[in-house]
Ligand binder design. Structure first.
Ligand SMILES: Nc1ncnc2c1ncn2[C@@H]1O[C@H](COP(=O)(O)OP(=O)(O)OP(=O)(O)O)[C@@H](O)[C@H]1O
Ligand SMILES: [Mg+2]
Length: 237
């Protein structure tokens, strides 16, 4: 089995959408170790809807949309990082963190510590908007300081060539491409009946056999704009 960690410079920057494109492109299985907040859809449900690939059950599924340690505390739960080892799957596992790297899982352990413990290569997602140079370079420093193997930075948003180039120059990091903004990804009305296709992927929830128009657009954008070859090389056995 190979695993890839998808993390980001912040919350709400597009890690889940990127993970959906990556999971589809690699015929992978998706896993969200800790989901804090369950509004309309969880990240696992979004990835499954957009990728048509299975997602494993979350390690912890918490109600409060907050940092995992605070969501857990609100429910009287303590997240045990030892229970969050990477699950074994056939093929590739795509594991998405929550928020950024310095996000606490409990009062002692950060997501960054968990990623370092896993030893799986990491993709850092970064927005292209103002402020991203600082956030991205700090995140790269944290990843390397923590001993993580960084595959590269994947940008999300409108093109900002000079900004992207500056990050890769100072950060000495591969540019894995830029996923453009795609309209209508939040429309969950085309979500598949998960129960109907559950049996096709034992042990995980499955998505649509036929991707919706929007997810097809995501797959095409991913294939066109993201450097899948570099990502694949990082996970070759
Ligand atoms: N490439 C994109 N095109 C269009 N919308 C996008 C794209 N990437 C992200 N979004 C939208 O931005 C919002 C946040 O994206 P997403 O859920 O992927 O962020 P995240 O980094 O995974 O957040 P979290 O830290 O909560 O896991 C969502 O509404 C999502 O649909
Ligand atoms: Mg997410």
């Amino acid at each position: 089995m190979s695993a890839i960690v998808v993390t980001g410079t912040d919350t709400e920057i597009g890690k889940t959408v990127f993970s959906a494109g990556l999971t589809a492109a690699l015929n992978a299985t998706y896993w969200k170790p800790v989901q804090s907040g369950q509004e309309e859809e969880t990240d696992s449900q979004i990835v499954t809807r957009l990728s048509g690939r299975p997602s494993l059950p979350e390690g912890y599924l918490l109600q409060l949309p907050a940092s995992p340690h605070l969501s857990a505390e609100a429910e009287g739960v303590e997240i045990d990082p030892d229970s969050l080892d990477l699950p074994q799957v056939d093929g590739v596992l795509v594991a998405e963190g929550a928020g950024g790297l310095m996000v606490p899982l409990n009062r002692e352990v950060l997501y960054l510590d968990l990623f370092a413990r896993w030893g799986a290569p990491v993709i850092l997602c970064a927005r292209t908007q103002l402020g991203t140079i600082n956030h991205t370079l700090l995140s790269l420093q944290a990843l390397r300081g923590g001993g993580c193997d960084v595959i590269g930075v994947a940008f999300i948003g409108e093109a900002e060539d000079a900004v992207e180039e500056t990050i890769c120059q100072f950060g000495k990091v591969a540019h894995l491409g830029r996923l453009p903004m795609i309209e209508g990804l939040n429309n969950a009305t085309e979500a598949p009946d998960l129960g109907e296709v559950q049996s096709a992927f034992p042990g995980g929830r499955s998505g649509a056999d036929q991707p919706s128009g929007r997810s097809e657009e995501l797959h095409q954008a991913f294939a066109k704009h993201i450097d899948l070859d570099t990502i694949k090389k990082a996970i070759l056995p």
